[in-house]
Design a protein around this ligand. Structure first.
Ligand code: ADP
Ligand code: MG
Length: 584
């Protein structure tokens, strides 16, 4: 049996047997489960998606206090109160997300700090909520009218919820939406170029992490049977970030490891430190601070990364079966495909693209050349919608695409690679390529979380395997993308772009970093794609590579179009020689 599976079974057995220990340990285990649940949301939010929240303790408080108030003052059933708490949590998370996620950067952390602080003071100062003393006499949970008081019941319930959430989260990440979520950490552009809405997915992740914290708070309230503001303050919000940093923010197990370590350490230190120092106080915070610095210095990635080093690699899931995803009909050869009409882009005072016009017809390979800084990549970014244009228009198959967001343009059949490779380096090559097929299937978040998407996943994997084989990387499918040399990573990007089944392929310097023989193979591949009816717009510096490949060439210099024509015309154009080859 695989070591990872053995480890998991061992963990589950320990978890199941812990209640044989005295009560103190059961309580401890319950707390660890509650904190793991919150930390799990934060792993997804911060570690995977790259968004930081200081407000998870406040969401936990929202769950706890909502249920406390509704069950004690309005005699509502705790289960009904959970529903109300969830609705409230989703509402607050949506509002916070709508205000801040669009702006990106540090707005979300700041907003969650403000949210965390204000909720804490609200709990502490509303007289009806009992101030700092809090609310007591919260009813225990009951099932079929039987009140449950045994602490073992809560322990098992908490861990059942936590394990279910872990399972759902792993499933979610291993899906179409999950791949797009993992792409968000390095900016929105790549995920959006393949049709995912970054803002929507960020909101989904933020709401999901808030829900996990809310459920944890609700369980906490009914296990403790009283609540007060102190466990929900901003300092506890920071402590959750401690947990995932120490445990490992990039993996769901980091949440459990971090929650366990921090909880055990805190309890121990709170007992020991005052005795050593001879004074009472929150000295453990200082120790935590020092630990964080040490982890960031020597164990970036947290304890999980250290453990994973001793585990055998995950077994490959060989992509079998046939790819039978729906295929787009290619336009007729010679049909006008892309029309760039006097497109202009200004960056402040700099005009990067000056009223450039050109066309690409179906079945053509067109080269876009020019010295560094000529505006080629900017032109690509205008076509794919990554940058808004200052003026001019772009049409794809007679339909105006300028002004559309990248996902909409991707949906119309435009697919691209990036000059600065944008792969998810920790993810396998095949998973990276599977992201390209985002728009070709429609399985959503719920079917992914419940693992109902296996059939569709197999088809997407088969398609990705097919494209990888086609570009000659069939033997590197299961290695992390980041482990390939940069030249090969560019080829992976081509496979990913092909996985989207495009009608127009935009390649930004695909041959950079390739050896002579690899360049020949790439040229062969592009010729094959052309003979299958696909159209390509390619930026490339290697003239020899282009001359024998492309049908036409567009030359740019200082943002303007300098020349356009057949390769041999361009080669002998004096203006081009002057600009591009320095007058050779
Ligand atoms: P090329 O791909 O032809 O080498 P680029 O399109 O990358 O050139 O750049 C064209 C010009 O626009 C350069 O002067 C570059 O510095 C500038 N530029 C590109 N992107 C930005 C940006 N996001 N903000 C400001 N200036 C930019
Ligand atoms: Mg460029």
């Amino acid at each position: 049996m695989h070591m990872r599976r053995i480890g998991l079974i061992l963990f589950l057995v320990l978890l199941a047997l812990l209640p044989l220990l005295p009560s103190f340990y059961i309580t401890m285990g319950s707390y660890i489960g509650l904190f793991s649940l919150v930390a799990l949301g934060l792993v997804l939010l911060t570690g995977v998606t790259g968004l930081t929240s200081f407000g998870q303790a406040a969401f936990m408080g929202l769950g706890a206090y909502t249920s406390a108030v509704l069950t004690t003052m309005f005699s509502m059933s705790p289960w009904l109160a959970l529903l109300v708490a969830l609705v409230l949590t989703i509402g607050v998370a949506l509002i916070l997300g709508a205000v801040t996620l669009r702006m990106g950067g540090h707005y979300l952390p700041l907003a969650t700090i403000a949210w965390g602080i204000s909720l804490y003071f609200l709990f502490g100062s509303l007289p009806d909520l009992g101030g700092q003393t809090g609310l007591s006499d919260i009813p225990a949970l009951s099932i079929f009218g039987v009140e449950l008081h045994d602490e073992r019941f809560y322990y098992y319930l908490i861990w059942l919820v936590c394990l279910a959430a872990m399972w759902g989260t792993v499933n979610l990440l291993d899906s179409r939406e999950g791949r797009a979520i993992r792409a968000l950490k390095n900016g929105l552009f790549m995920a959006e170029a393949f049709g995912a809405s970054g803002l929507r997915l960020k909101t989904v992740v933020f709401v999901y992490s808030a829900i996990l914290a809310c459920v944890s708070g609700w369980l906490y309230a009914h296990m403790q049977r009283f609540v007060n503001p102190s466990p929900f303050g901003i300092n506890i919000g920071i402590e959750f970030l401690f947990m995932i940093t120490i445990g490992g923010a990039g993996n769901i197990w980091g949440a459990v490891i971090g929650a366990t370590l921090v909880t055990l350490l805190k309890t121990t230190l709170q007992g020991v430190l005052p005795k050593i120092i001879g004074q009472t106080g929150n000295f453990e915070s200082i120790v935590f601070g020092v630990m964080i610095i040490m982890v960031l210095q020597w164990m970036r990635g947290g304890v999980w990364v250290f453990i994973e080093r001793f585990l055998p690699p995950r077994p490959d899931k060989p992509a079998g079966g046939s790819s039978d995803l729906p295929v787009r009909s290619q336009p007729q050869r010679g049909e006008p495909l892309l029309k760039v009409d006097a497109i202009r882009k200004e960056f402040g005072g700099l005009v990067a693209v000056k009223n450039v016009s050109f066309e690409v017809f179906a079945g053509e390979i067109v080269g876009l050349i020019g010295p560094n800084g000529a505006g080629k990549s900017t032109t690509f970014n205008l076509i794919s919608g990554e940058l808004p244009r200052t003026d001019g228009d772009i049409y794809l198959r007679d339909e105006k695409i300028s002004g559309l967001r990248p996902p909409k343009i991707a949906r119309r059949g435009l697919s691209r690679t990036f000059q600065h490779v944008k792969l998810i380096s920790g993810m396998t090559v095949i998973e990276n390529v599977m992201l390209g097929a985002y728009l070709r299937t429609r399985d959503g978040l719920f079917s992914a979380g419940l693992r109902l998407n296996r059939r569709v996943e197999e088809r997407v994997a088969a398609e990705a395997a097919k494209q990888l084989t086609r570009v000659g990387l069939g033997d590197s499918m299961y290695v992390p993308a980041g482990s390939l040399p940069l030249g090969k990573q560019r080829i992976v990007e081509i496979a990913r772009a092909l996985c989207a089944d495009p009608i127009l392929l935009l390649l930004d310097e695909p041959a950079a970093g390739l050896r002579y023989k690899e360049k020949q193979e790439l040229a062969k591949l592009l010729e094959n794609l052309r003979s299958e009816g696909l159209s390509v717009l390619i930026v490339e510096h290697d003239m020899e590579f282009l001359m024998n490949l492309v049908d036409r060439i567009v030359v740019m210099e200082f943002g303007r179009k300098l020349a356009e024509g057949l390769p041999h015309e361009i080669r002998s154009n004096p203006e081009v020689l002057e600009a591009y080859l320095g007058g050779v």
